[in-house]
Design a protein around this ligand. Structure first.
Ligand code: TXE
Length: 564
């Protein structure tokens, strides 16, 4: 059986699985994108075995060869730019333009950066070993690849996240097995095809499709590293499964990212940033603005600016170029957003705009048109009884005022197009409210006082904090990405991310290997006196003090030489 894109209306439920296959749907239209196999544990194990064979050849390649492959893959992407963007849009629901801006352009930049810089970043380097150097020794670090890197991404950035990690892993000399999200399997397969078209050796980049069971099988197949993006719950499951075989894991687990606006900020800019930061990718970004804290004096003004900008946004199918907000990627995610908005309402917060499932009047399609089309499609496909239909997967961009941290949705990740607003009086209160969360991925601080901005940024418990910017730093592949607290463990991107994909080896050389070391056996009263000297003089790191030890040291060496 071939697994190809398939067109035809089916349902607005985006992903339906059985034991053999996964059906991928366009969440904005209900069209079936195609079907892929649900691979078994045995098939995943075989893929990892083949990947390991590919690794043994790839690890011997030069940086030049690796660079050539990654740069060629970039070219392949550029020749298919619109096609890839449409596929990303079709499987995830995001606007086509956003797929180019937020996924393809940043990952192309990441690829060229690591293709050009990995050799320098992984160059063997000498370590300053202090006084040990006076004994004629030196140390250096060399970096070895790990082996097979298993990548388990989510559906929200189905192209840029796994592709960026793949490019970095390859530059470090590893092979890769990707298990794409069951909501976006064709985007995952596309990554494999890109490397195939770029001339990658067989099995160097493998893609295994399936749901969480396939992901679990990948962990159990004992790759040499797991790079995971997804929920805290699944992150914990993967970390504990990986621990059985001591497989190292990098976890990127989302966030509840705060944006703090002080009263001296440029409010026009802050309004635009809050709207983009909260609603980009329909809010389904781990670093999207999930909580907005505005200093009391400017809260009303900024809220009005935000509402006005939100009113201007068009929502609809991702393949339209004038659409800013697409569909949610799955019904499950839509239901979480609905639940959180209802919880805000019940807790007494005010819905300033939005708040409903469907597309508001300003949108480009009405909810009814989506509903009738998809209902018809279900009948046509004859799978009505297998798939539970919902009207559509759009949720209006929603601005909520009067939020407080004790409201449940101010603590749980929403991952949707909501912008809850709370207020604060002082700098200390803003920091306390921002840090009152189990998450700590990113944050942003808005002020014209840069010293204050940096001071506040450094007190926020988050892996990346922007001053007068928001959300986009995942797109700067040169910088490390990862979270504090429950937002994850380890880093992707940047030097720190590249270090996750290598095994450092320490090489220690004694260039004057003619005398025994004073700490060798047999021990004696002279030895013990020398060891006292190590503690008192050598361990100070001072050349002057170590010189006081020299008579005792030579006595001890003579003793060892006589004994030998
Ligand atoms: O994630 P899951 P879901 C958050 C967001 C969202 C929630 C759930 O709040 O509502 O997570 O999203 C694979 N062993 N984020 O259900 O389940 C699965 O097949 C191995 C934040 O999509 O974590 C998919 O490929 N793999 C986030 C991937 O894990 C398993 C991005 C993610 O699925 C597995 C997305 C298992 N036992 C959601 N079970 C972020 N960090 O940005 C599932 N998978």
């Amino acid at each position: 059986m071939t697994w190809q894109y398939h067109h035809g209306m089916a349902s607005v439920i985006q992903s339906k699985r059985d034991d053999q296959q996964i059906i991928s749907f366009n969440p904005a239209t209900g069209e079936e994108v195609g079907r892929v196999p649900q691979l078994s544990a045995a098939e995943v194990l075989a893929a990892v075995d083949r990947s390991r064979e590919a690794f043994h050849k790839w690890k011997t390649t030069s940086f030049r060869e690796r660079r050539a492959l990654v740069m060629k893959a970039r070219e392949v992407i550029l020749t298919q730019l619109d096609e890839i963007a449409h596929l990303i849009s079709a499987e995830s629901g995001k606007p086509f333009g956003e797929a180019i801006a937020m996924e393809i352009a940043p990952v192309l930049d990441l690829m060229q950066h690591f293709a050009r810089s990995a050799e320098r970043m992984l160059k063997p380097r000498r370590i300053n070993i202090g006084l040990y150097a006076t004994l004629g020794r030196y140390s250096k670090i060399v970096y070895h690849p790990l082996g097979v890197v298993g990548i388990i991404p989510a559906w929200n950035y189905p192209f840029s996240i796994p592709l960026g990690e793949t490019a970095m892993a390859l530059m470090a000399g590893n092979s890769v097995v990707i298990k794409p999200s069951e909501l976006t399997p064709f985007v995952g397969l596309q990554i494999g095809e890109i490397f195939e078209r770029a001339g990658a050796p067989a099995d160097l980049v493998k893609v295994v499709t399936g749901d969480g069971r396939t992901g679990a099988a990948l962990v159990d197949a004992i790759p040499d590293k797991i790079m995971f993006t997804g929920s805290v719950a699944t992150g914990k499951t993967i970390a504990s499964a990986a621990a059985k075989n001591l497989i190292p894991v990098v976890l990127e687990l989302g966030g509840k990212d705060p944006m703090i606006v002080f009263d001296d900020a440029n409010l026009d800019l802050a309004a635009g940033a809050a709207v983009w930061g909260a609603f980009c990718n329909a809010g389904q970004s781990c670093s999207s603005v999930e909580r907005l804290y505005i200093q009391e004096g400017v809260a009303d003004k900024l809220t009005k600016l935000i509402v006005a900008r939100t009113r201007e946004l068009k929502q609809g199918r991702g393949d339209r170029e004038d659409v800013s907000i697409g569909a949610m990627s799955s019904e499950r995610q839509l239901r979480i957003v609905e639940d959180h908005v209802n919880a805000f309402r019940e807790a007494g917060a005010k819905i300033e705009i939005g708040g409903r499932v469907g597309i508001a009047d300003r949108g480009v399609r009405s909810a009814d048109s989506v509903r009738s089309k998809s209902d018809g499609a279900i009948e046509n496909e004859g799978i009505h009884d297998q798939l539970s239909a919902i009207s559509n997967l759009f949720f209006e961009p929603t601005v909520i005022s009067g939020a407080t941290n004790d409201m449940r949705p101010m603590q749980e990740e929403t991952f949707g197009p909501t912008l809850p607003i709370a207020t604060f009086k002082t700098e200390e209160e803003a920091i306390r409210l921002a840090n009152d969360s189990e998450f700590g991925l990113t944050a942003s601080v808005w002020t014209r006082d840069y010293a204050k901005g940096r001071r506040v940024a450094e007190q926020i418990e988050a892996g990346s904090v922007c001053v007068n910017e928001v959300l986009y730093t995942h797109g700067i592949g040169q910088t490390p990405w990862g979270g504090f607290k429950n937002s994850g463990r380890g880093r992707t991107h940047g030097l720190e991310g590249l270090m996750e994909l290598v095994q450092p080896q320490h090489i220690h050389v004694n260039r004057v290997a003619v005398l025994p070391d004073a700490w060798w056996m047999p021990y004696s009263p002279t030895a013990v006196e020398t060891f006292r000297g190590f503690a008192k003089y050598f361990a100070t790191g001072s050349i002057r003090k170590i010189s006081l030890l020299l008579p005792q040291l030579s006595k001890r060496i003579r003793e060892l030489l006589k004994g030998g």
